[in-house]
Design a protein around this ligand. Structure first.
Ligand code: URA
Length: 191
């Protein structure tokens, strides 16, 4: 019997022992991300927090529950079939912002994730991931509400689910509308 090993999982194995930056000294584990090679939608957040560092999975708290619910409701895609990753794979101590050197050290892992998954749509959540991938200093309020051509995919920037939880009904409606837009750009989506 032929054993097909998913390239995404192979990459995760390699990343598990990464020591490319100082975050490796303080993390519990590398939070590589969920998904598989065929995922057509990649969600990109900032960095793991305390709960993610312990559990080894991205977006496991209240913001993760919201993210997965809205993904499912607005795109019809099972969140387990999406690839959910962060720009930086290890928790910055005290949940500070990742430093430029940490982002640079981790970037090859993110790029390899995009290479092996080859998504049709990339949903960046929050300022950090959106600014990095779109290479801009514009804030999410200006960037969101439309899609951008990005490599061979469509990139849709949206609010971070943690900001949606704080932002009330208006933030929720913007978030839903951006996720719906991302869903409409997936292969096979109704026009
Ligand atoms: N915020 C993020 O950006 N990523 C996580 O994994 C958790 C919270």
């Amino acid at each position: 019997m032929r054993c097909v090993v998913d390239a995404f999982l192979e990459l995760r194995e390699r990343a598990a022992t990464c020591t490319r930056c100082e975050l490796s000294a303080t993390r519990t584990q590398v939070v590589f991300g969920t998904g598989h090679t065929g995922s057509s939608l990649v969600v990109v957040g900032e960095a793991p927090g305390e709960q993610e560092d312990v559990r080894g999975e991205p977006f496991v708290g209240r913001s993760g529950t919201l993210l997965r619910r809205v993904l499912s409701e607005e795109t019809g895609v099972d969140p387990d079939d999406c690839c959910i990753v962060n720009v930086v794979k290890c928790r910055p101590p005290g949940n500070r912002d990742p430093r430029p050197a940490e982002v640079a050290a981790c970037r090859p892992w993110l790029d390899e994730q995009f290479e092996v998954v080859d998504p049709s749509v990339v949903l960046t959540v929050g300022n950090f991931a959106s600014r990095l991938l779109l290479n801009t200093r514009e804030g999410i309020t200006q960037l969101r509400g439309r899609s951008y051509p990005w490599r061979s995919a469509h990139l849709v920037p949206t609010l971070h689910p943690a900001a949606v939880l704080r932002g009330g009904a208006a933030a929720m409606e913007r978030f839903r509308s951006d996720v719906r837009l991302a869903g409409s750009l997936l292969p096979g989506a109704a026009a």
